[in-house]
Design a protein around this ligand. Structure first.
Ligand code: UDP
Length: 473
């Protein structure tokens, strides 16, 4: 590396919190390695990022690239983030994001003209077009996926093949990824079910994914040992280098600018008073929630399992304003908080946002009931905590499949938000994972412990370098 002038890396995530967070985490790591980072995004996202970047990060330079949603058919004005959009408009937003191509091209050209060509341009999985831009300018380009290899391989292959359209049966396999095993239609997000190959989603995905082949390689926020099948799929498919550099995790305070509703100290104090492995942590990520009837059934299940404690991030159920204040009397069974939380002291209810990393690293936490978002998965496994999966959207269903079938650290309790769940089934699954004498639970905990060691080895950076550290180098 240059002694005086730092070499530049350009980072350009898609405009969505779940995309921006891993890019920011990677930027912080690269900054520590001595690079100067130009972090590109639209003005609203850049404004938010100013609050998330630690003041010590003087080598991360934020760069705005204008985007006017009202120029695009179907989008309301001033939309610059996926998270603010109702689901049917997501595809319009993805299509509209291609209009960033000329602006991104001039941004890179300006850097070249100024004598500061980036040594690598790192862009999002949804910006396939950027590979061609970098190629034409003679710049090295990689795609960075915040999602895991297996989840993204299933996502990619399902879009390219639409295998569920070719059978009447509810089960199918992926023609170019048979080693992933059998899938069930309940594992497909709504956009796949409506797709016929000529619809806007299929067209966008096909064009985007075929553009990946112009990239010089793909980085995954994953661990090669954990994610062999999915990473092998991309190596085979793209004939490009594929590197697993994870887990790349953002330090808690820098996360999305959200402040926990309960302090980490308070959670730790409460957890300290609970026996080893006795607490179930429940959270469905940064945006997902369950239906009102599912929430009732989950609460009833928690009340029934007397010897299990819980920390539950309770968001407004579907149909409520997502910023609504917590309403126990409307969302939970009558008297639930008084009986279970106050009298029995068996639970902590957190509205909106919990200090997840701190909770998962406490020895009292015995399992994590999760939507299987990839960050949550990596955070849980880094602490050796087994999972109870309730995937809801995108590639979460495929992540759950990997964790259940290949890794052996997860039991699925439910799928999606449109199905009824039964209290008895939830009780059964939680007990299978958490009860001290459950053989299944013991096996999963042992396996989660092994995966924790695997992850620790991957990021070792002493006399022995782990595989993620080598891949990053
Ligand atoms: N998170 C958190 N507190 C919460 C909910 C989520 O800190 O109450 C963090 C969590 O640690 C993870 C991220 O938000 O880093 C969620 O990412 P994930 O990929 O699991 O799911 P997504 O929100 O993208 O669906």
């Amino acid at each position: 590396m240059a002694e005086n002038k730092k070499e530049t890396i350009v980072m350009f995530p898609f405009m969505g919190q779940g995309h921006i967070i891993p890019f920011l985490a990677l930027s912080l790591q690269l900054e520590q390695k001595g690079f100067s980072i130009i972090f590109v995004n639209t003005p609203v996202n850049i404004k938010k990022l100013r609050q998330s970047i630690p003041p010590s990060s003087s080598a991360i330079h934020l760069r705005e690239i204008p985007f006017h949603s009202s120029d695009h058919h179907g989008l309301p004005p001033h939309v610059e983030n996926l998270d603010a959009l109702p689901y049917p408009l997501v595809i319009n937003f993805l299509q509209a994001s291609r209009s960033l191509k000329p602006l991104f091209t001039s941004l890179l050209s300006d850097l070249i003209r100024a004598g500061d060509p980036p040594i690598v341009v790192v862009t999002d999985i949804f910006f396939g077009w950027s590979a061609e831009v970098a190629n034409e300018l003679g710049l090295f380009h990689v795609i960075f996926s915040g999602a895991g290899g297996f989840g993204l391989a299933c996502y990619y292959s399902t879009w390219l093949n639409l295998p569920h359209r070719k059978t009447e049966l509810p089960e199918f396999s992926l023609p170019d990824f048979p080693e992933a095993g059998k899938f069930h239609v309940t594992q497909l997000a709504a956009s796949y079910l409506a797709a016929d190959g000529d619809d806007p989603w299929s067209i966008f995905q096909r064009e985007n994914l075929s553009a990946w082949s112009k990239s010089d390689g793909v980085l995954f926020n994953s661990i090669s040992e954990l994610d062999k099948t999915g990473l092998a799929y991309f190596r085979r498919k793209l004939d490009r280098p594929v590197w697993a550099i994870g887990p790349v995790v953002l330090p808690a305070p820098a996360r999305s600018g959200k402040r926990p509703d309960i302090s980490a100290e308070k959670c730790i104090q409460w957890l300290d008073s609970k026996p080893l492995n006795s607490v179930l942590y429940i959270s469905f990520g940064s945006m997902n929630t369950i239906s009102a009837s599912q929430m009732m059934q989950l609460a009833k299940a928690l009340e029934q399992i007397m010897n299990i404690n819980f920390i539950w991030v309770v968001r407004p159920p579907l149909g409520f304003d997502i910023t609504a204040e917590f309403k126990a009397e409307e969302w939970l069974p009558e008297g639930f908080t008084e009986r279970v939380v106050q009298t029995q002291n068996r639970g902590l209810i957190v509205s909106q946002w919990a200090p997840q990393l701190e909770i998962l690293s406490h020895k009292s936490v015995g399992a994590f009931l999760t939507h299987c978002g990839w960050n949550s998965v990596l955070e849980s496994l880094s602490q050796g905590v087994p999972l109870i999966g309730w995937p809801m959207a995108a590639e979460q269903f495929f992540n759950a499949k990997l964790l259940v079938e290949e890794v052996g650290v997860c039991l699925e309790v439910a799928r999606g938000t449109s199905f009824e769940v039964r209290c008895e089934d939830i009780v059964d699954k939680i007990e299978k994972v958490m009860k001290g004498d459950s053989v299944k639970g013991m096996k999963m905990r042992k396996r989660a412990g092994e995966v924790k060691e695997m992850i620790r080895d991957a990021v070792r950076n002493d006399e022995v370098k782990g595989c993620s550290v080598k891949a990053m180098d």
